[in-house]
Each structure stands twice: as C-alpha cells, then as structure tokens.
Design a protein around this ligand. Structure first.
Ligand SMILES: Cc1cc2nc3c(=O)[nH]c(=O)nc-3n(C[C@H](O)[C@H](O)[C@H](O)COP(=O)(O)O)c2cc1C
Length: 366
C-alpha cells in the first residue's frame, strides 16, 4: 500500500472523511477554490488545463492556473493525449511551485477534448494511460493522480485495466467518477463498482459522483470505503456542503436523506449575501491581477461586462431554492453589469426574507 492521502498531500489529519472539491472547467478558479477551502474542502483542483496551451505559453491557459496564496492545497488538473508533451507540461507546472500535485484527466466526455484523443478517449486505451503517467512520473517529483470513469459504457467496464495502468506507472492516487462515459454527468452512480475498485486498489481511491448532500457522502463512504470523497456540482453556489458534511459525520449518526433531489438546508440570508459578495470581490481581485500582469490597457466597461459574464453562472447557484430564483435564472442573459447582478441578488434575497418572515408554508405564493 502506498502513502495515505493525508501523507501524500500533507493534509490536516483531523479531517475525516477527506472532502475534495472536484475540477470543473469554467468554475473552479482561485476564488471558488478558496471559498470551498474556507468551508472545509481539504484539497481542491484547478480547471482543466491543456498541456499544449501550457507548452505554447498561452497566457489564457496559464491564467487557468492562477492561485491565491491563502487558498489551501491545490492540484493542477491537466489534459492531453501525448506522453511527452504532458510530461513536459507537468514539469513546468511543478516548477511554478504553486501546486501539491498534478492530475491527469481521463474522463472528460466533451467531443472537443475526446476528438483529440484526450479526456474520456483515454479510457479506451489503458496502454496509453500507462505511457502518459509513466512519462509524467519520470518528469515530476510531486504526487501524480488520475481522474477517470468506470469505462466507455456499462457493457465495457474498463476501470480495472485503468487501475492496473495507474498503479504500474507509479500514480499516487486514483479518482473514480462512478459513472460511464456514455452517462455524461447523469444517471446512477455505481457504488458497487467503486467499492470493488477500492477493494482491489493498492493506491488510495477518491470517490466521485452524485454526492449532493451529507447523506450521499455518508452512503458513498460507508458503502465503498473510499479514502476521500470528491464533490463537484453540489459545491456550486454552495461551499457550505463541505462543512455540513463534516458536521454530519462528526455527529456519528447517519444524516437524513434530503426531502427531494437537490434540496439544501435553509441557510441564513445574510450568510448567503456575504459569501456571494466575497466571491465577487475575489473574482474582481483575480481579474485585476491578471490584467495588471498582462500590462494590457483595460476598458472599465468591458472589464465589468467580462466579469459579469463569467460570474453569471455562479449567481443562480447561490440563489438555488430561494423565492424568485427562477425569475433571475430566466433573466441571466440580461445581467451584463455587476450592478445588475447585485440588484438581482438583492431582489431575490428580499423576496425570500419576506417569504420567511410571513412563515408561510412552502408552495404558497406571496
Ligand atoms: C461544469 C462542469 C465542468 C466540469 N469540468 C471537469 C473537468 O474539467 N475535469 C474533470 O475531470 N471533470 C470535470 N467535470 C466533472 C466533475 O469533476 C465530476 O466528475 C462530475 O460532475 C461528477 O461529480 P458530481 O456528481 O459531484 O457533480 C465537470 C463537471 C461540470 C458539471
């Protein structure tokens, strides 16, 4: 058995279970990672980053790997298909000194990625996974991990060959999204296969897929024995999922199943507003830092519009389940300035506050 995840990434030993924030393209930049770290994520992942973009010194690609000093341990998440270029890119990322590990994507089902032989295309070819990880292993000293799926489709389970390839190449951990490529991000998560992989693996296994509540995390942890749980979509607009889950496990009792899929605990509206504001402020700080480094003249209006565009996708996640959130969601395309975003949030929170004050039962309109 190799090192534990705690030892591998020098994580706080008191956290149990270990909860990680998954890589999500377009979302898991430094502001989101720091927020999730502050709320209990032990480890976070960058957005998916192209090896070739890094090697061609594309500013846009390197910006994906911007970090904040106080955001906790982060893994750089790379994609590509060629062993030599992935190894070279990994070495350059290691030299940046910002990351505690490097992860290879072998699960992204998006056509643009698989068409070039990267992401989920690698699942068809365990020998290539072995070649890539071996080359990366030789190129870096940092811990090396792989994020993958069960196989292309339920009739083609490939994970056991992938696991062998990862172990033989010297990977330090495996993240398994318990779905097949054919499932995209929906459908059942196969906890039975996740458990089987965990039983067979000699390296730590991080379980991922379908964890939307402390109850789901409890089930995954107890039914599979995974070494850590990775959360993706449930953390969008909801960094509290990490502390809620840790609190539930600390109590020692199985958490109740949510009343319906996607249900979240009722949260103080001031907490939602303050967290949202902190997130926006961090996005602005990151944006200004990148602009300053590029030395490009900044048109204030354009800057604001770009920020508003990138932040819109977080906005309705924060308002999830609140009164008026579907109205905001329907108008997202109109929210082109930060003022418009603030006004939309304020309106939604006021409506929810009035609803709560009236203490009307759910489903009754006010
Ligand atoms: C918007 C979005 C972007 C994602 N980007 C990546 C990515 O860049 N790399 C990756 O390995 N997985 C990516 N994923 C998949 C997640 O990391 C995760 O495996 C999947 O969503 C299942 O976890 P969940 O059920 O907790 O959401 C992405 C998922 C979403 C929803």
């Amino acid at each position: 058995m190799g090192k534990t995840l705690h030892a591998c990434f020098d994580l706080p030993s008191r956290q149990s279970p270990l909860l990680f924030l998954a890589p999500m393209a377009g979302y898991t930049n430094a502001p989101m990672r720091r927020l999730c770290h502050q709320h209990g994520a032990a480890l976070t992942y960058t957005e998916m980053t192209s090896d070739l973009g890094l090697l061609h010194t594309s500013d846009k690609t390197w910006h994906l790997l911007e970090t904040f000093d106080d955001e906790g341990p982060v893994i750089a998440h790379l994609y590509g298909s060629d062993p030599a270029s992935l190894a070279e890119a990994a070495a350059r990322v290691e030299q940046s000194g910002r990351f505690v590990g490097i992860d290879l994507n072998a699960g992204c089902p998006v056509h643009k990625i698989t068409a070039n032989g990267a992401g989920a295309a690698l699942i068809h070819d365990p020998r290539r996974i072995h070649a890539i990880l071996s080359a990366m292993r030789r190129a870096i000293r940092l811990p090396l991990t792989l994020k993958t799926r069960l196989g292309p489709s339920p009739d083609r389970v490939a994970i056991f060959e992938t696991l062998d390839a990862a172990e033989q190449a010297g990977a330090d951990a495996l993240t398994l999204h318990g779905r097949f490529t054919s499932q995209g991000h929906g459908g059942p998560v196969h906890l039975d296969l996740l458990a089987e992989v965990k039983r067979r693996a000699t390296l730590p296994v991080i379980g991922n897929g379908g964890v939307a509540s402390p109850y789901d995390a409890w089930r995954m942890f107890h039914e599979t024995g995974v070494d850590a749980i990775m959360i993706a979509r449930a953390a969008l607009g909801n960094p509290w999922i990490f502390e809620d889950t840790l609190a539930a496990f600390a109590s020692g009792a199985e958490p109740p199943a949510p009343a319906f899929a996607g249900a979240r605990p009722r949260r103080d509206l001031t907490v939602i507003r303050d967290t949202f504001e902190a997130h926006i402020a961090a996005e602005i700080a990151l944006f200004e830092r990148i602009q300053a480094r590029s030395g490009l003249p900044v048109d204030a209006a354009q800057l604001e519009e770009t920020l508003a565009t990138t932040f819109r996708c977080h906005l309705f996640r924060y308002l999830h389940g609140l009164k008026g959130s579907s109205y905001v969601r329907g108008r997202l395309h109109e929210l082109n300035t930060l003022d418009a975003i603030h006004a939309a949030v304020a309106g939604c929170l006021e409506r929810e506050a009035a609803y709560r004050a009236a203490a009307l039962p759910r489903g009754v309109r006010i």
